[in-house]
Design a protein around this ligand. Structure first.
Ligand SMILES: Cc1cc2nc3c(=O)[nH]c(=O)nc-3n(C[C@H](O)[C@H](O)[C@H](O)COP(=O)(O)OP(=O)(O)OC[C@H]3O[C@@H](n4cnc5c(N)ncnc54)[C@H](O)[C@@H]3O)c2cc1C
Length: 402
């Protein structure tokens, strides 16, 4: 709740003006009264010149922890960036749909961004992929990602609609601000889940993820606080096929005053060169490991990738050796990929690497060690020296194309 120090309050009305939800009025005695519409966003606290207001959030769990029954529904954060929905948003809807159906509750999507036509179309796309309701927070101030604004907007939205489960993508944006949202809400957060389920007796979200260097799978529950929050890496869950006739509700969530109060401003967004390497969307990946022996080996891997019209990926050993940049890394501490074809060249198949590529449709491994674990997940195995095999493959492809 919001606490008002009556001793120091000068009844200036700054909190009334600052409240984005019109939840504060001045009493006859000229004292702030906090109404039911309060979402605990903290805007009044920041605006108070005499520091007479503060938020009383229990250390464990949030203010409504004890009233778990008030939290109902599943919500996903729909990431919208550079004019389009991040594919992980649709994958989250696929996972969220199953959870919502099991719980017998609606599935909502929270869509934050500026009110461009593509943004408006995104709400319909979310409904077509499984959302029952889309909460749209549209404001020019949300056009570019800003940790401060996104954290405040999503926190307020969650407090307002009280979903029992919140899912977000473990993307650069999700990783950057979802922990702050969880902190504001006093909720737990399980990062990088690979499996999600519901334990119906207590409506607990069972959040499964690799632990101890990927050697065990741990299932985590957050029994005390609501919402239960989890992030999921791109390409781990499957999106539902689009249904153009599906209908749902689109509800506007006001953030105007809220954005006006933000203390940070995005001056410019620059797409870094490394960010342009999007191995997660490639249909064909040629991946190189320590077996390449030097960065020169990647020249060969690149030629094979060009021959196939694919992109280049790598194991962590190759990245750590400095032969290729981190955005190419596949695995537990890299990216999760699921291309149609994954060719592992000189990669042993350590569990941490396999965790990031085992969902690929067809896996081909080239390795000179016939006992390398990569052959256990490979559909086709080529045992031999990659410096002999790859040039032959390139020649064969050119011959076929020729
Ligand atoms: C917490 C943690 C997180 C990790 N996260 C990741 C991650 O995200 N991604 C990842 O990849 N790893 C990760 N690792 C590291 C992982 O355990 C392995 O060390 C790493 O994947 C090994 O990379 P590699 O297969 O390229 O090298 P190696 O294991 O050294 O394998 C090289 C392979 O190349 C073969 N070879 C050598 N020369 C040739 C040749 N001329 N022709 C054909 N084959 C040849 C060898 O037989 C061998 O099988 C992580 C480890 C930890 C502890």
């Amino acid at each position: 709740m919001v606490i008002v120090d009556q001793e120091t309050c000068v009844a200036c009305g700054a909190c009334v003006d600052a409240c984005p939800f019109a939840a504060i009025t001045l009493s006859d005695a000229a004292r702030p009264l906090i109404g039911d519409a309060c979402t605990l966003c903290g805007a009044c606290v920041d605006a108070c010149p005499s520091e007479s207001l503060w938020l009383d959030v229990p250390e464990q769990g949030n203010a409504r922890t004890n009233d778990q029954a008030a939290w109902r529904g599943v919500m996903i954060f729909a990431e919208f960036r550079l004019g389009r929905l991040a594919p992980v948003s649709l994958e989250l809807l696929g996972a969220g749909r199953k959870l919502a159906d099991t719980l017998g509750v609606p599935l909502a999507a929270a869509l934050l961004g500026a009110d461009f036509p593509e943004f408006r179309a995104a709400a319909a796309t979310l409904i077509g992929h499984g959302a029952d309701v889309v909460y749209v927070a549209a404001h020019a101030g949300l056009a570019d990602f800003s940790e401060e604004r996104y954290t405040q907007a999503l926190t307020a939205l969650i407090r307002r609609y009280q979903p029992e489960v919140v899912l977000a993508g473990a993307t650069a944006i999700g990783r950057s601000f979802i922990p702050a949202v969880a902190t504001h809400l006093g909720a737990g957060l399980t990062a990088d889940c690979t499996g999600l389920d519901i334990r119906l007796e207590d409506r607990a979200l069972l959040q499964t993820r690799p632990a101890f260097g990927g050697n065990i799978m741990a299932t985590i529950v957050c029994p005390d606080a609501r919402p239960q929050m989890a992030t999921v890496r791109p390409k781990v869950m499957r999106a539902l096929p689009p249904d153009d006739v599906r209908t749902g509700e689109i509800i506007r969530f006001p953030v105007d005053e809220f954005c006006a109060l933000a203390r940070s401003r995005v001056l410019e967004s620059v797409v870094g060169e490394a960010d342009q390497v999007n191995i997660q969307e490639a249909e064909i990946l040629i991946s190189g490991g320590r077996g390449l022996d030097s960065d020169k080996g990647f020249a060969l891997v690149r030629q094979l990738a060009e021959a196939f019209g694919g992109k280049v990926a790598a194991s962590r050993a190759a990245v750590d050796a400095g032969w290729i940049a981190y955005p190419h890394q596949v695995g537990q501490t890299g990216k999760t990929v699921a291309p149609k074809l994954y060719i592992a060249c000189g990669i042993s198949g350590a569990i941490q690497h396999v965790a990031g590529m085992q969902s690929s449709e067809t896996i081909v491994a080239i390795n000179r060690d016939p006992h390398a674990p990569i052959f256990e997940v490979a559909d086709y195995g080529l045992v031999g020296d990659l410096y002999e095999i790859i040039p032959k493959l390139i020649a064969k492809i050119s011959e076929r194309r020729g």
